[in-house]
Every structure is written in structure tokens, then in C-alpha cells.
Design a binder for this molecule. Structure first.
Ligand SMILES: Cc1cc2nc3c(=O)[nH]c(=O)nc-3n(C[C@H](O)[C@H](O)[C@H](O)COP(=O)(O)OP(=O)(O)OC[C@H]3O[C@@H](n4cnc5c(N)ncnc54)[C@H](O)[C@@H]3O)c2cc1C
Length: 441
């Protein structure tokens, strides 16, 4: 089995193949060639923060870890082995982590080849896990297989809030000029609210981009704060334009409007339309909670704008992460549009298992059930899961694990509802792992 890219996804995929009876050949271009963010010589490098987020099973990241433990994840096991004290967060000594992952792969019999791959190998199957900073030559080869319009080099991510945390007393449903169903949730602002909001946006601190990310913005995905800096009225003529959005409660058009669009079929998540941003996370929470209706909003994902090679997975991949047009090719990790270290490892884990199933021809591919956060995320990013139909037309932006991906039991109390979601997820994962996964390692 050939796996291209020895990051979190590629390392996890190779480990799953090797410990389930396959032979894994893992190509990694380091140390001969490095992306602008990679510095270590060893595999599974954490390029930025050393935090793998919360370990608390009551959080989406903690639940994801609990599920991955049941799937025998290498990345999780080594992270726990090399962890540093960080309260409820799983943080690691990044060098020890990377060295230990590399050792574990060698011990498992993975063949590691340190060279850049410049075109998709002819092997069947092959797993592509070259990450957000895929080398240029290889990206060109991916392009030939998926089409230029389906391969992106930057993301422009707008924040997403949980529907249940929106104060709907302050918002109204409407679509512009009443064209089509009233699908958008509108947050109206009066003049004073708008002016205060624009000032706060301009004053808020942004993330300083890495040198390799400081390219000019495309007009269509300018950060909201950069638009605000162009002049006090710019947003009113841009993403916050109120035209055609009469508030049915007052019969008048508000001074400005923030539109929220459903992010998933269940309607548990709403996206702030046109609000891609580079503001620091803490600033986003502060400034966006000034929007009427979002005063107590809980964010499932915060906005980002950075260099990120990824494919249009909902249009290209099956839920097993196979290219529909060329099923021998699997994609894994951040290049599929999952966001985050553990999410990338999860994607690699499943691609590894499935590529081995395909190679051995023994049984069909597998994916965890939709009640699990792992299964829900795989369905979200793929084209043949729950999010088809209308949602397949949504512009694709990377996604992390969050509770909005899971269907919500009819329980009013949020804490109890989340606890139920966790209980259902773990029970479903245990059942599935028992029935569908061969033991490994
Ligand atoms: C600057 C930056 C900061 C980030 N910060 C965070 C963070 O703080 N927290 C977080 O959760 N996520 C962060 N991310 C996202 C992070 O990259 C992913 O979460 C995770 O590393 C993705 O795993 P991956 O295996 O898909 O890719 P990677 O871990 O990047 O692994 C891809 C591997 O493929 C290799 N490669 C690339 N092209 C080729 C080729 N042609 N031939 C052979 N090998 C190749 C690369 O050298 C690399 O080792 C950040 C990303 C970037 C770019």
C-alpha cells in the first residue's frame, strides 16, 4: 500500500495498514524538501500549537478522542505517552511526539521512503495525505485528477454558531426580496449598533499571517475586518447590506443586517455569511457577540483565512474518502477538508483501514455510524452522506468536530442533551468497532 505524506494522517494510515496485516510504504518529502511550516526531520509534525485540544469527553474534541481510542489510534496513543501537563487539554512535547510516532511506524514494519512524490502513483489503492502545504508539483498532479475548479489553495472560513444558542427573539427569517423560501436568519442592526460594531471590528486584533500566507486577498473572500477598514459604510454595501430584507416585525428595512445561513440539513449550525476573518479567536467571540441575537452565541467553529490546499470533498469523495471518479485513490487528512490535528489523524486512520480492505478484497469499506462524531464528520465532508440535496450546493469550507454534526435528541436542557449525544456516540462506536474492525497491534 502506498501512502503519500508522513504527517498526522499519513502516519496514522500507515500504522493501521501495517498493524492489520498489510505492507505500508510511506513517502515523506522531509528532510530533503520541506514545506514553509515544517522544521523537524521526523514524521507527524505538529506545525503550530502543541495542543490537541480537550480531553474532556463532554466536549466534541474529547468525544472524538474517546472514539479514536476505541479504533486504536496511533496518534492518540503516542500523544498520551508524550503528553505535558496542560489541565484538561491534551498537549504534547512536539519533538518527543514526532520521534515516537516515527519509531512506532518502524517497529510496525512500515517502509519509510524520504522523497518527494511529484505525481499520483499508479498503485491501487493509494492514499494521498500531503496536507495543507502539499508540494507544488504534487498539487499539479492532483489537479489533473480532480480538476482545477475542485482544488483550493486558501480557505476563507466564516464562523459557525450553534442554532440553539441564537436568541431568535431578536432575529427574523427571510430571504432577500422574498426570493425563494425564507431560509436565512437575519440579525438586524440599527445605526448605533452598526457603528459600534464597525469600530469594534477595526480595533480588534488580527492573527499575524506567516510569511508564506501574506498574499493579496481575493476580492470575493476579503476578511470582514479588512472590508470594514475601507470605510464606515463599506459593510452596509457588502455582506451586511439590508436591501430586500424588510423586518416583518417593524415593517421597515434595518440599517444593516448580518445574515446567517444553515450549515447542515438538521439546522443545528448556522454560518455567518461573508464573515471570513483573520481576527484572533478571543476577539471574534467578543466582537461577533455584539450582533443582535448572538449575544450568548456558542461558536462551533471560528473564522480563519489561511494557506490550505484542500479538495472539494463533497463533490469528489465517497464517505470512505475514495475519489468517486477513480476509486483506487483515497484522500486523507486536512487535504480532504477536515480541520485540526486529531480530525486529520482520524481521517488517516479510516483511509488506512479502508485502503487495506480494498487491497485485500475481503470485505466492503467501513465508516463509523452517524451517531458518532467520527462518522458524522466523514459524512459531512463527503458527497454521499447525510448532507446531500440542497446542502451539496453549499460552498465547501473545512470543518472540525463539533456537536452540531450530530443529530440532537429532544431534550431541552443543553447539558443533558450533550450527555445523551455522548452516550449514544460511545455506544454506537463500541458496537461498530466490535462488528466492523479487526483487532490490530
Ligand atoms: C501554518 C499552519 C498552522 C497550523 N496550526 C494548527 C494548529 O495549531 N492546530 C491544529 O489542529 N491544526 C493546525 N494546522 C492544520 C494542520 O496542518 C493539520 O491539523 C494537520 O497537520 C494536518 O495533518 P495532515 O496529515 O493532513 O498534513 P500534515 O501534517 O501537514 O502532513 C503532510 C505531510 O506530507 C508531506 N508532503 C507534502 N507534499 C509531499 C509530497 N509531494 N511528497 C511527499 N511528502 C509530501 C509534508 O512534508 C508533511 O509531512 C495548521 C496548519 C498550518 C499550515
Amino acid at each position: 500500500m502506498v501512502i503519500v505524506g508522513g504527517g498526522l494522517a499519513g502516519a496514522e494510515a500507515a500504522f493501521q495498514v501495517a498493524t492489520r496485516g498489510g505492507h505500508a510504504v510511506l513517502f515523506e518529502m522531509k528532510p530533503g524538501r520541506r514545506s514553509p511550516a515544517h522544521t523537524l526531520d521526523t514524521l507527524a509534525e505538529l506545525v503550530c500549537s502543541n495542543s490537541l485540544k480537550s480531553n474532556d469527553i463532554g466536549t466534541a474534541s474529547g468525544l472524538l478522542k474517546a472514539e479514536m481510542r476505541r479504533m486504536n489510534s496511533l496518534v492518540l496513543a503516542v500523544a498520551e505517552e508524550t503528553s505535558v501537563p496542560a489541565g484538561g487539554t491534551l498537549a504534547v512535547d512536539r519533538e518527543a511526539f514526532s520521534v515516537r510516532v516515527t519509531e512506532r511506524l518502524k517497529e510496525a514494519g512500515v517502509e519509510i521512503v524520504t522523497e518527494e512524490v511529484t505525481s499520483i502513483p499508479d498503485d491501487s489503492p493509494v492514499v494521498i495525505a500531503t496536507g495543507p502545504l502539499t508540494s507544488e508539483a504534487f498539487a499539479a498532479s492532483i489537479n489533473e485528477h480532480v480538476g482545477t475548479e475542485n482544488l483550493y489553495f486558501y480557505d476563507a472560513v466564516a464562523p459557525i454558531v450553534y442554532a440553539e444558542s441564537i436568541d431568535t427573539e431578536k432575529t427574523y427569517m427571510a430571504s432577500r426580496y422574498d426570493k425563494g423560501p425564507a431560509d436565512y436568519m437575519n440579525c438586524p442592526m440599527n445605526t448605533a449598533e452598526y457603528e459600534a460594531f464597525v469600530s469594534a471590528l477595526i480595533e480588534a486584533d488580527s492573527v499575524v499571517p506567516h510569511e508564506f500566507e501574506s498574499t493579496p486577498y481575493f476580492e470575493g473572500c476579503m476578511p470582514i475586518e479588512a472590508l470594514a477598514e475601507r470605510g464606515p459604510d463599506t459593510l452596509m454595501f457588502g455582506p451586511m447590506r439590508p436591501v430586500g430584507l424588510v423586518d416583518p416585525r417593524t415593517g421597515r428595512r434595518p440599517h444593516a443586517v448580518v445574515q446567517l445561513r444553515r450549515e447542515n440539513t438538521e439546522g443545528t449550525l448556522y454560518n455567518l455569511v461573508g464573515f471570513q476573518t483573520r481576527l484572533k479567536f478571543s476577539e471574534q467571540k467578543k466582537v461577533f457577540s455584539m450582533i443582535p441575537g448572538l449575544e450568548s452565541a456558542e461558536f462551533a467553529r471560528l473564522g480563519k483565512l489561511h494557506r490550505n490546499t484542500y479538495i472539494d470533498s463533497p463533490r469528489l469523495l465517497t464517505r470512505f474518502q475514495r475519489l468517486s471518479s477513480e476509486p483506487r485513490i483515497f484522500f486523507a487528512g486536512q487535504i480532504t477538508g477536515v480541520e485540526g490535528y486529531m480530525e486529520s489523524a482520524l481521517s488517516g486512520l479510516l483511509a488506512g483501514i479502508n485502503s487495506l480492505l480494498v487491497a485485500s478484497g475481503t470485505s466492503p469499506c467501513v465508516v463509523p455510524p452517524p451517531e458518532t462524531i467520527s462518522g458524522a464528520l466523514m459524512r459531512y465532508i463527503s458527497g454521499d452522506g447525510a448532507d446531500t440535496g440542497e446542502d451539496s450546493k453549499r460552498p465547501f469550507q473545512p470543518m472540525n468536530s463539533n456537536f452540531g454534526l450530530l443529530s440532537a435528541p429532544e431534550i431541552r436542557n443543553k447539558k443533558e442533551r450533550r450527555a445523551k449525544q455522548v452516550e449514544l456516540a460511545i455506544a454506537a462506536m463500541d458496537r461498530w468497532a466490535n462488528e466492523s474492525l479487526q483487532p490490530n497491534d
